[in-house]
Write a protein that binds this ligand. Structure first.
Ligand SMILES: CC(C)(COP(=O)(O)OP(=O)(O)OC[C@H]1O[C@@H](n2cnc3c(N)ncnc32)[C@H](O)[C@@H]1OP(=O)(O)O)[C@@H](O)C(=O)NCCC(=O)NCCS
Length: 422
């Protein structure tokens, strides 16, 4: 194996190499404007990144950020694995795998309950315990076909420099929704929004305070335009943003947005069938498609179980967990105290909910009620996949009464939606 060194990020030593890595992954085209925001992206997370070095140069980097996730009706601490890249000369040296595993471990030391990331492909991050999130609908529609049942109001223009604090506050104060995340501080929001795009922001105030806005990438005169993000505190405010989009039908031929998981955009279209036939095969084709683009994994099992709504009656189960991160933490340079979740746990649900790792001597005498992986456990905990379905596909091994009990605990959860890019 090549002589690779995995160490903490140092801005002065690593930043120029990272720009080269990002160039080779196609994330940076050498222009001054994105360079400013990439540098800010790495400065803004207080150095929370790890790098792999080969022959005196940084060839791989993983960036992480802290934040929170709305889980059911409470908040849990969230860690974002916010950029994973390896240069073209350093592929297949396990750099990204080891740095990602180490990042999860650092997030564990930093008090994170659950980690999340946007995936480039299915499978890669499964190897360190992540599992796919829920489907999300993306809508492309002619704005003039929308029929949003709230009155139009003139918005105001917002500026990512001048109005940054208010914009970030509006992102953090978004309508609570199961799975909704906020990551990083103002400078990370500012940088993250502008590395890839040159967004335009329009929004509204409520009692003088910025309450809802949308961030938009406009393409030429007629689109397709793309909504990069929407922040709102109430469902009505979301409709007001969609009503604003509707008003652009005199100019824009199509606009794309992610459907808020609590509404069906098609119900707010006048003639979706005719629009589909009219635009079929064009760049402005009316359509709604879906995919699962994000993944998550439990980092602190006790914190995640404690966040669950109390069960009707208290009960415990013994759970044998396999955590595949273990193999990738080897030779990662990680020297902290976080432990992979592999092993036997007692999970208690109810007023005294929590997860306790069983010591090896106890574990030897305790039969497991559930045998699973951290990946599958995360999907169940988030309400992405039911215990029953996980059992059918072999990801949960347990007796039917245990599966029923587990499903009773999560059946009420709405479909999770991060609601912001990560
Ligand atoms: C993705 C990327 C970071 C991987 O970097 P890398 O340092 O070469 O990755 P590693 O060497 O740690 O891992 C390679 C392993 O992952 C496996 N792998 C790759 N894609 C996989 C997938 N979709 N499913 C399962 N395994 C996968 C490979 O088979 C290889 O396994 P092996 O070690 O058993 O041979 C790199 O290709 C890259 O920078 N791509 C462009 C930017 C990008 O998409 N980043 C991810 C953003 S979410």
């Amino acid at each position: 194996m090549e002589d690779v060194e995995l160490v903490e990020f140092e801005y002065d030593r690593d930043m120029d190499d990272i720009l080269r890595v990002w160039t080779e992954t196609g994330w940076f085209d050498g222009e001054d404007r994105p360079e400013r925001f990439i540098k800010q992206f790495f400065e803004a997370n207080d150095g929370r990144s790890v790098v792999a070095r080969l022959n005196g140069h940084t060839e791989s980097v993983v960036h992480r950020s802290l934040g929170s996730m709305h889980y059911d009706d409470t908040q849990v601490s969230l860690g974002g694995v916010t950029a994973v890249t390896t240069s073209r000369i350093a592929r297949r040296l396990r750099m990204a795998s080891r740095l990602t595993a180490r990042t999860v471990a650092h997030l564990g030391d930093e008090g994170v309950a659950v980690a999340a990331l946007g995936m480039f492909e299915q499978g890669f991050y499964d190897r360190v315990g992540f599992a796919a999130g829920s489907y999300e609908n993306r809508v492309q529609v002619y704005p003039g076909d929308l029929d949003i049942p709230v009155p139009y109001r003139t918005p105001e223009r917002l500026d990512l420099d001048d109005d940054l604090e208010e914009i970030h506050a509006a992102i953090v104060d978004r309508m609570p929704w199961h799975g909704g995340i906020a990551v990083g501080g103002e400078r990370l929001s500012q940088a993250g929004a502008q590395i890839d795009d040159q967004p335009t922001l329009f929004g509204y105030r409520t009692d003088g305070t910025l309450s809802h806005f949308l961030m938009l990438e406009m393409k030429g005169e007629n689109g397709p335009d793309r909504v990069l993000g929407m922040a709102y505190q109430t469902k009505y405010q979301c409709l007001e943003l969609l009503r604003l989009i509707q008003e652009w039908g005199d100019q824009v031929d199509s606009i794309r947005f992610v459907e808020p998981v609590w509404l069906k955009a098609q119900e707010f279209m006048r003639q979706p069938g005719r629009e589909y036939r009219r635009t079929k095969g064009t760049a402005h084709e009316m359509h709604i498609d879906a995919d699962a683009w994000w993944q998550a994994r439990i980092v602190d099992l006790d914190a995640c179980v404690r966040a669950m709504r109390p069960a009707g009656r208290e009960f415990s189960i013994a759970v044998e967990v396999d955590d595949p991160i273990q193999d990738h933490l080897v030779d990662s340079g990680y020297a902290g105290s976080w432990q992979p979740l592999s092993g036997l746990w007692r999970l208690t649900f109810g007023p005294n909910a929590g997860a306790e790792r069983l010591a090896p001597d106890t574990a030897n005498d305790t039969p497991a009620d559930l045998v699973t992986t951290v990946n599958a456990l995360t999907q169940w905990w988030l309400g992405v996949t039911s215990a029953d379905t996980l059992a059918v596909v072999g990801a949960f091994e347990a007796k039917p009464d245990v599966i029923d009990q587990l499903d009773d605990l999560t059946a009420h959860l709405p479909t999770p939606q991060l609601g912001w890019d990560i």
